[in-house]
Design a protein around this ligand. Structure first.
Ligand code: SF4
Length: 125
């Protein structure tokens, strides 16, 4: 039996997951917590947020997030690869920064419009 706190909503129910009986979840407050408890022990994943360097913008970093939940076992690899990325402004919210990051099927995407330092959003090719 494993006890864990549900992170799906702020209520934070104290779930109990019985690995020896088909990962049966008890003590949940709603079905979302029941699903979370089972998944957390069988296939844990997380949506990640971070920042990445950007050139020619008013700020030195652009906020990014993964387009979906990545396996917990790959979190370190997914985060570290951002150290090799440097964007160039302008960047639009929702732009794919890194596709299929580390083979997870998820992308790193920008979560903020980042115009050029001089205020222009013109894209030069
Ligand atoms: S089980 Fe439901 S009510 Fe309880 S913390 Fe999780 S999502 Fe919220």
């Amino acid at each position: 039996m494993t006890e864990l706190i549900c992170i799906v909503c702020p209520k934070g129910c104290h779930l109990r997951v019985d690995e020896e009986n088909g990962y049966r979840v008890t003590n949940f407050g709603c079905p979302r917590g029941e699903a979370y408890g089972k998944k957390e022990l069988t296939d844990p994943t997380r949506v990640l947020t971070s920042i990445v360097h950007i050139r020619n913008a008013a700020h030195p970093c652009c906020p990014v997030k993964t387009s979906g939940a990545v396996p917990k076992a790959k979190i370190r690899e997914v985060m570290r690869m951002l150290n090799t990325v440097c964007l160039s402004a302008p960047v639009k919210i929702g732009d794919v920064v890194v596709p299929n990051v580390c083979g997870t099927g998820c992308d790193w995407v920008a979560t903020k419009d980042m115009g050029r330092e001089n205020g222009s959003n013109e894209i030069r090719i």
